[in-house]
Design a binder for this molecule. Structure first.
Ligand code: AMP
Ligand code: MG
Length: 337
């Protein structure tokens, strides 16, 4: 908390300084760091920085709608059977997420919530559920049971919703819109935990360099992608996990088994135009595994991806040639045949 406060004061001083010296020159950067959606968020803009309040308010407003743990949120009430009508924002987020569930053949399944909850990833009471408990809970995991109808009506038919796999990407798309369309800023970078989204280029004309974390924690990062106007979104086993009896359990669940995905991948990064879509895909491709992810890539080709396997092998799709730089070694190209 104290660290967040110090960063906040530093960011405020930075804004003040920037606004004093930026008139008519290359705009200075201004950064705001805050805690939201269970992660550290950092927004850096080049230009008029009078938008940080709007940004924080926007993030808070979405969190209030979709939190699975806040008893006042729409998703909480939906899951508790206390309502079946939601706001336009929540409705459209569910609607598009269901499309992504279908497109990925249920590798993404926003109804996986009861299982995620049983593992304790939404509360901090992490535990290993029994096989029987998981089998029982899987009985209510099926996104196709969630039906939408006019007037904001959501019929869950026994399913429960968790938008954790897509929410940060949805938010970063909208932050881009607030920053570029509403505030007219054409150079900025938004980092929401493992989700990064860039606006334009840096003011000196160079591309943004977005670091890809080392999932094994040996180095701070294994490489970086050089991008403009792109979302760079990573799902990894290292982002949320616990250990019991020497075994690691992470938060990306295979909706077919109820267990954390164990297919040799430890990190999947998706690079594309929409944060929402890339966030859905980072989770879904993780669940699909390398072969399934490559098949999906070949069918769609509307994104690029980086895969890291548990033995440290780094792979990338062909569109990242010249864009992705590995710090040591090389990335093997996959999906180009
Ligand atoms: P991400 O970090 O974007 O991959 O999202 C992971 C989060 O999404 C988890 O913390 C769960 O809340 C939720 N989740 C886990 N597995 C799945 C899945 N197969 N489909 C949809 N959501 C999931
Ligand atoms: Mg995701």
């Amino acid at each position: 908390m104290r660290r967040v406060k110090i960063v906040y004061v530093a960011a405020f001083v930075c804004c003040l300084f920037a606004s004093l010296i930026s008139c008519g020159k290359v705009p200075e950067s201004c950064t705001d760091t805050f805690f939201g959606m269970d992660t550290i968020m950092e927004v850096t803009v080049y230009g008029d920085a009078d938008i940080f309040n709007d940004i924080r308010e926007y993030v808070k407003s979405i969190e209030k709608l979709i939190s699975t743990t806040d008893s006042e949120s729409e998703i909480y009430k939906l899951n508790a059977g206390q309502t079946d009508v939601v706001s336009d924002v929540t409705y459209h987020m569910i609607e598009d997420s269901l499309d992504y569930c279908q497109m990925t053949d249920g590798a993404l399944d926003i109804s996986v919530y009861p299982v995620v909850k049983a593992w304790g990833f939404t509360t901090d009471e992490k535990r290993v559920p029994s096989k029987e408990e998981l089998v029982n809970l899987l009985g209510s995991v099926d996104y196709s049971e969630i039906k939408l109808s006019s007037g904001g009506k959501v019929s869950c038919n026994g399913a429960m919703i968790d938008l954790g796999s897509v929410a940060k990407g949805y938010v970063s798309d909208n932050l881009v819109s607030i920053i570029s369309n509403d505030a007219g800023i054409d150079s900025a970078i938004v980092t929401l935990g493992g989700n990064v989204q860039t606006i334009g280029r840096k003011p000196d004309g160079s591309l943004w360099k977005v670091a890809i974390a080392d999932p094994m924690g040996r180095e701070e990062y294994i490489g970086y992608v050089s991008v403009e106007n792109k979302a760079v979104i990573t799902s990894g086993t290292y982002q949320r996990f616990f250990e019991e009896n020497g075994k690691k359990y992470h938060h990306i669940i295979d909706p077919a088994s109820g267990y954390p995905v164990d297919n040799g991948l430890i990190s999947v990064t998706v690079v594309g135009d929409s944060g929402f879509y890339c966030d859905a895909l980072s989770t879904a491709l993780f669940v699909k595994g390398l072969d399934g992810a490559i098949d999906y890539y070949k069918e769609h080709k509307d994104f690029e991806a980086i895969f890291i396997e548990e033995d440290g092998t780094v792979l990338m799709t062909p569109g990242l040639k010249g864009t992705f730089t590995v710090v040591s070694g090389k990335a093997k190209v996959v999906g180009d045949d």
